[in-house]
Design a protein around this ligand. Sequence first.
Ligand code: RB5
Length: 143
Amino acid sequence: MKIALASDHGGFELKDKVKNYLQKKGIDVLDLGCHTEEPVYYPDFGKACGEAVMNGEAERGIVICGTGIGIAIAANKIKGVRCALCTNQYMAEMSRKYNDANMLALGAKVLISEIAFGIVDTWLDTEFEGGRHQHSVDLLNCL
Ligand code: RB5
């Protein structure tokens, strides 16, 4: 599986840690920036990651900013993206089981890296349940 990663300056440090964590697990990563702590605009990076997932450059995406809120909003503007902002493993699990989230948003100012890694693992390892949840996801795709 290939994972696209993007962050603004507020998420840059955690993005690098998540990138190393994924690479150590043997997961292919597409790093879309940013690459320094120089201030940038989170909508640009949420959009780039959402587009990478939707055009098939990566199967899923992870976006990070200070709270995770702005970059999740940006990613969700891209048609077909279902980006879930998760602050714990339960949310990550449900985002996959019920919402078939194809993107994960994390807040660097909200999470220590060890908690973020647990969220990432759960989100990667949990499958969509389909069934009664499929129709809701189909409705999302019509919005
Ligand atoms: C910093 O620009 C901060 O606004 C950003 O990282 C994020 O928290 C926005 O939602």
